[in-house]
Ligand binder design. Structure first.
Ligand SMILES: Nc1nc2c(ncn2[C@@H]2O[C@H](COP(=O)(O)OP(=O)(O)OP(=O)(O)O)[C@@H](O)[C@H]2O)c(=O)[nH]1
Ligand SMILES: [Mg+2]
Length: 547
C-alpha cells in the first residue's frame, strides 16, 4: 500500500453515512477511486447509525472480513452491520458475497462496480429473505449508479426484521426453549435416515428442545473433514435464520474439529447425538452415584473438545488458528477438568466398593435376581410397577429411569425374588456413557434372569431389540438366561401377526399397563427360576457326592 492509500483508508473511518441511506455517492467514489488505484477490492462495514466500523482492503478478487463476534447477532435479528464494497470486474453479487451475507447475518451486501476511470458504476444489493412460498433465499436489486440507490435503509431493515419475526410467530409457543434443526449426513437408505432422525427428535424433545425441522445430506461417502458441503452448510445457515433456530443437532458423532468448524462457519450452537444423550442423563440423574457417573461422562466428552472458538470469518472459511490470548486460560480449564475427572473416578470407586459389600450381604439372602432390561421407553418401569404394585417413575420420554431400583416380589407359587429396573439402552450408546455407567450396568451380571422388554408397537422394534442384545453381549452378559417380552400389545394392531412374531422371536407378549395380561409372563419367569433352582440343587448334590 502506498502511504497516500493508507491515509485515505484512515480518512474513511471519519466519514458517516446518514442513517436512512445505504451509501452516499461521495463515499462510493472514494471507495472506487481507492480500489482502482490499489487494484484491490475495498470495503466498509457500516452500522445502523451509519458509522463506519471497519475499513477492509482485499485483493483483486475478494475481501477478508475480520472477526465480528463482538457485534450482536441473534438468529431473529441481523448483525446490525452491512458491507459496502467494490468489484473490480464489474461482476454482480458473487457466491462469496452470498456466503458472507448468509453466514455473518449481515444486514445487506452491496457491490459497486469500478469503471475504467475509477468511478462508481452499477451497484448491486442483496439481502436475506424471510421464509417464502417460492423458497427464495435472497433478494437482489440493481441500480445504475450509487446515486440511484433510493431506498430508505432504516425502513427496509425494520420491515425485514419484522418479517423475520412474523414468520417465526407460529413457533412462539416454543419460547424460552432451545429451537433446533436436526441434521443428518449419511449414506444409508432414506427410511433408515428418517427412522434415526425420528429417534433424534424424541431425544431432543426429551431434553426439552423444540425441533423445527430437519435437513438431510445424502453422501455416498462421508468426508470427515467437510462433513457438509459448502452449499449445504449455506442452506443450513439460511434455514436457521428463516426459521429462528438456535441450535444444530447432528445425528452422528462429531469430532472436536468438526464441531469447531461448523460452529465457526454457521455462528450457531452445534451439538451431536452423544452430547444430547449426555445432557438428558445430566437432567435426569437423581442419585449421588448417577450424578457422578454422568458428570464423569460429560467431562470425558468435553476434554478433547476444549478448543478455542474461532470466531474470525473469512471468505476462505476459517482456518485461522494460532495461540491467541485465550490459550492460557484454556490450558487451565483443561487441567481443571482433568483434576475433576480424577477426583470423580476416586469417588465412584469408593461407592462401588460399598456396593460390593451390600451385594455380598444380599447374596447371603440367596434370593434370585431378575433384571428388567430393554430399549429406553419400552416400558421397563411400568412392568416393575405392575408386578410389584410400586410407583417407580414412569414417563413417555426417553431415559426416564437412570438409577436402578430393586423390589422384592412373591410369585403365585410362593417363589420370592428380587426384581430390578435399570437405565434403558439406546442404539450407539455413547462410549463415555457406557464406561461411566459400567458399574450400574455391571450390576446386571448378578442377575439370574434377564427380562428383555421390547416395545413391539414401535415400527423399529426389531432394530431396538438387536441393539439391546448387542449391548448385552458387549457387556459380557450374553450367558445369563434371557426371556424376550413384547410389550404394549394393546397398541399392536394385528393380533394374528403378533402371535406369529412371538413364535418367530420366541417372545411372550404383554401389556405392562394391564396386570391381567401378565400371567403368561409371571408363569414363565417362575418356571425358569424354579428350574434354575432345582438345577443348582442337582449340581450341588453332584458336587457333594464327588467330594
Ligand atoms: N399403551 C401402552 N403404553 C405403555 C405400556 N407399557 C408402558 N407404556 C408407556 O410407555 C411409556 C414408557 O414407559 P416406562 O415404563 O417409563 O418405560 P421405561 O422402559 O422404564 O423407559 P426409560 O426408563 O425411559 O428407559 C410410558 O408412557 C408408559 O405409560 C403398555 O403396555 N401399553
Ligand atoms: Mg424406566
Amino acid at each position: 500500500m502506498k502511504p497516500s492509500q493508507t491515509k485515505e483508508l484512515q480518512r474513511l473511518y471519519q466519514r458517516r453515512i446518514p442513517a436512512d441511506q445505504i451509501i452516499t455517492p461521495e463515499i462510493a467514489r472514494r471507495l472506487t477511486l481507492l480500489s482502482s488505484d490499489a487494484k484491490r477490492q475495498v470495503g466498509i462495514l457500516v452500522n445502523r447509525k451509519g458509522n463506519i466500523t471497519h475499513v477492509i482492503i482485499g485483493d483483486h478478487q475478494g475481501l477478508f472480513i475480520p472477526d465480528l463476534s463482538g457485534y450482536r447477532s441473534s438468529v431473529t435479528r441481523l448483525r446490525g452491520l452491512r458491507l459496502v464494497h467494490t468489484h473490480l470486474n464489474k461482476e454482480p453479487i458473487s457466491q462469496d458475497d452470498l456466503t458472507d451475507l448468509t453466514f455473518l447475518h449481515l444486514d445487506l451486501m452491496t457491490a459497486i462496480s469500478v469503471d475504467k476511470d475509477g468511478l462508481p458504476g452499477k451497484t448491486y444489493l442483496a439481502y436475506l429473505f424471510p421464509q417464502n412460498p417460492q423458497n427464495e433465499k435472497w433478494a437482489f436489486l440493481e441500480f445504475l449508479h450509487p446515486s440511484h440507490v433510493n431506498l430508505d435503509f432504516l425502513e427496509l431493515i425494520t420491515s425485514l426484521e419484522e418479517e423475520f419475526e412474523r414468520k417465526q410467530k407460529p413457533l412462539k409457543k416454543a419460547e424460552g426453549k432451545e429451537k433446533a434443526l436436526l441434521i443428518s449426513v449419511s449414506n444409508k437408505a432414506k427410511h433408515e435416515i428418517l427412522d434415526s432422525l425420528n429417534e433424534l427428535r424424541e431425544l431432543a424433545e426429551s431434553c426439552n428442545i423444540s425441533v423445527l425441522d430437519h435437513i438431510i445430506q445424502y453422501r455416498p461417502q462421508v468426508d470427515p473433514r467437510h462433513l457438509l458441503g459448502e452449499g449445504k452448510l449455506r442452506e443450513v445457515a439460511i434455514r436457521s435464520i428463516q426459521q429462528g433456530a438456535t441450535l444444530l443437532i447432528f445425528d452422528c458423532e462429531l469430532n472436536p474439529a468438526q464441531v469447531k468448524s461448523i460452529t465457526d462457519q454457521t455462528d450457531m450452537k452445534v451439538i451431536d447425538r452423544t452430547q444430547l444423550i449426555l445432557d438428558i442423563f445430566a437432567q435426569r440423574a437423581q442419585s449421588k452415584e448417577g450424578k457422578i457417573q454422568v458428570e464423569l461422562a460429560q467431562l470425558k466428552y468435553l476434554l478433547p473438545r476444549l478448543v478455542k472458538k474461532n470466531t474470525a470469518m473469512s471468505r476462505l472459511m476459517g482456518g485461522i488458528g494460532g495461540r491467541g490470548p485465550g490459550e492460557q486460560k484454556l490450558e487451565i480449564d483443561r487441567r481443571r477438568v482433568r483434576d475433576r475427572i480424577n477426583r470423580l473416578e476416586k469417588e465412584i470407586k469408593k461407592i462401588q466398593e460399598r456396593r460390593i459389600t451390600t451385594r455380598k450381604k444380599r447374596e447371603k439372602g440367596d434370593l434370585p435376581i431378575i433384571s428388567i432390561v430393554g430399549y429406553t421407553n419400552a416400558g421397563k418401569s411400568t412392568l416393575l410397577n405392575s408386578l410389584t404394585h410400586s410407583r417407580v417413575h414412569v414417563e413417555d420420554r426417553l431415559f426416564a429411569t437412570l438409577d436402578p431400583t430393586s423390589r422384592r416380589l412373591r410369585f403365585p407359587r410362593d417363589t420370592e425374588v428380587i426384581i430390578t429396573d435399570t437405565v434403558g439402552f439406546i442404539r450407539d450408546l455413547p462410549r463415555d456413557l457406557v464406561n461411566a455407567f459400567r458399574a450400574t450396568l455391571e450390576e446386571l451380571s448378578q442377575a439370574d434372569l434377564l427380562v428383555h422388554i421390547i416395545d413391539v408397537s414401535n415400527p423399529n422394534f426389531k432394530r431396538q431389540m438387536d441393539a439391546c442384545e448387542k449391548i448385552l453381549t458387549d457387556l459380557e452378559l450374553g450367558q445369563i438366561p434371557m426371556i424376550r417380552v413384547f410389550n404394549k400389545e394393546d397398541k399392536f394392531p394385528d393380533k394374528e401377526m403378533l402371535k406369529n412374531l412371538c413364535r418367530l422371536y420366541d417372545a411372550t407378549s404383554i401389556s405392562a399397563v394391564n396386570t391381567e395380561t401378565l400371567s403368561p409372563l409371571t408363569e414363565k419367569i417362575e418356571e425358569l427360576i424354579s428350574n434354575q433352582k432345582s438345577e443348582e440343587k442337582i449340581l450341588l448334590r453332584q458336587s457333594n457326592q464327588t467330594i
